[in-house]
Design a protein around this ligand. Sequence first.
Ligand code: PHE
Length: 448
Amino acid sequence: MGVSRGGFSSRFGFIMAAAGSAVGLGNIWGFPTQTASNGGAAFVLVYLVLAFCLAYPAFMAELLIGRYGQANAVTSMQKMSRNLWQKRFAFVIGFGGIICAALILSFYGILAGWMMAYAIEPISKLLGFQQAASWLTVQSVPRDLIFSALFMMLTIGIIRRGVEQGIEKWSKRLMPMLIGLLILLIIYVFTLDGAREGFNAYLNPDFSRVLEPDLLISALGQAFFSLSLGTSVMIIYGSYIAKKENLVTLAAQVTLIDVSIAFLAGLLIIPAMYVAQAQGVAIFAEDGSLISGPNLVFDVLPSLFAGMGDIGVFVAFAFFVLMSIAALTSSISMLEGPVSFVVERHNIERKKATTVIGISILLLSAIIVVNFDLLFGLVINVSTVYGQPIIAMLCCIFVGWIWYRNEILAEIKQGNEDVEHSFFWKIWPWYTKFVCPTAIGLVFWHSL
Ligand code: PHE
């Protein structure tokens, strides 16, 4: 099976693919927004601590499961099971993650469709198609259906090509573009009036808020969403990594890229808001907090771009292309979870499985679009607020309590002989067994 199921051809390919999954709307939109509404740099600090102390070890657990099992999430976890009950438990966790990925993709595709519509808008304005331009920026069922479908076609197109020619090749192309665009935009915004005030607001911590339960919960949720945990995605990506690679450092590199891009996105978005304010755009909500959520991305920033004159067209285009790319490298990972399951468990050909599953998820998006007020928030809550932390916690429990310690250690040692002498080697199995589930459980309990 090993050869025929394919895998990443290089270390760089894996890093780009996993960072591509991790870096998405969660980093460029979610993180700056949460930071703005949770006391600026205090949130950033808490986020950093949680990302490295809780999300990173949980991320390692998922990668290890996949690399050990060399298969989709369910099969991999079942290979670690020793009796029927454990196999059933493995099925629940693995399949739960796959469903979670499908649910996330169903709303993520709608958001990504908005980004694409907003990317085309400035171009159609430039070409003189005023009516088309205003249609593109007003939420409507036809617009949302068309653009979610377009986005899903792109996602399906990449996943049909498989791991190396699809996921890896496209992540290697798109991720450097994303980083380049992000840096250019930051430099440009930095030259505008008002940006400095934004930097100060972003980088001055309000330490009094560091231990607020709301802040902790948001930071943990953000860290798990951002590393794509609890969705079977990192298990399947782990299964495509060669045995000779060192998982401990690979996972650390991906976490570092993910956190850095979130931090950079904050350097773009928050100063941009203050530049908008300098131009007369309202950036504070009635309660005095910074505007966040959809209003930030679809009102405040477009008003800012519109106020920039001719260059604003290109800046707006670049910004929404950046968002669309970030979304695409994440959405392909969400589709790979369910596709790999169906291909490996039911022996269905990859191209066929991809198209059928992609279209089914698109139908779900269509149902959400038509019942937007009822379903959009609900699906986000079920999948990201509850689903992801619970499943990620169960993965840690599975690794810590069901897998044999010597097998875990043997898997970590593959590609990493020296690990035996490191601090990590000594504490990680214990840490995953006790600390991760307890901490995730506590934060989660608190949020209820
Ligand atoms: N990590 C992605 C982001 O930050 C979202 C994601 C969640 C991707 C779950 C895959 C699985 O936007």
